[in-house]
Every structure is written in C-alpha cells, then in structure tokens.
Design a protein around this ligand. Sequence first.
Ligand SMILES: [Zn+2]
Length: 102
Amino acid sequence: MINVTCFKCRRRFDLDPVFVGAELRKLKIKNPRHYQAICPACHATNKVSVGEMQDELEAMADEIEALAQAQAKAAEEARKRARAAAKEKKSEKEKKSARSKK
Ligand SMILES: [Zn+2]
C-alpha cells in the first residue's frame, strides 16, 4: 500500500498500487510524473510522485496489467451495450412511426 498524507487536512490514507498503476495507464500522458490522489476526507487533490511509487508499481506490474485489461474489456462491453441500447431505441421509434402512418 502507498501511504499518503493529505497536504490540506493531514489525514492519512492508503492507495492501492494496483489501482494507481491501472489509473496511470489510462492517462493520455506517456510517462506521468504524478498521480492525483483524491483525499477521502476533504477531496483535495494530492499529487503523489510516481517516482516514489515506482518500486511498488513494479512489484505489482502483473496485477496492474491484469486490472488494466479487465477495465478495458469492461469499458468496451459498456460501449457495446450502449450502442445496442441506442439501436434498439431507434428501431422502436421506427416501428412506432411506421404504425402511426397507417
Ligand atoms: Zn484532506
């Protein structure tokens, strides 16, 4: 676990390196220097140095990879569901308008 102390309210909280690693991969930046951790108490954004977490991230590389892939798959499935729902809605609308023409 990566321990963070909120700069604002001084509350301590833990970050899961697997979650952090997966989040960092989602960023559009190639080599992010910081991870933005949200304090659970005051919601302040705490910048955590990626360099300081490097050892923990490397130790969890396999788990991070697995989580990132699972998240990408879940996102893809959500997109497919959304597309299918939109298509269904459209065909329903077409059916209705076809009926109303009679
Ligand atoms: Zn705080």
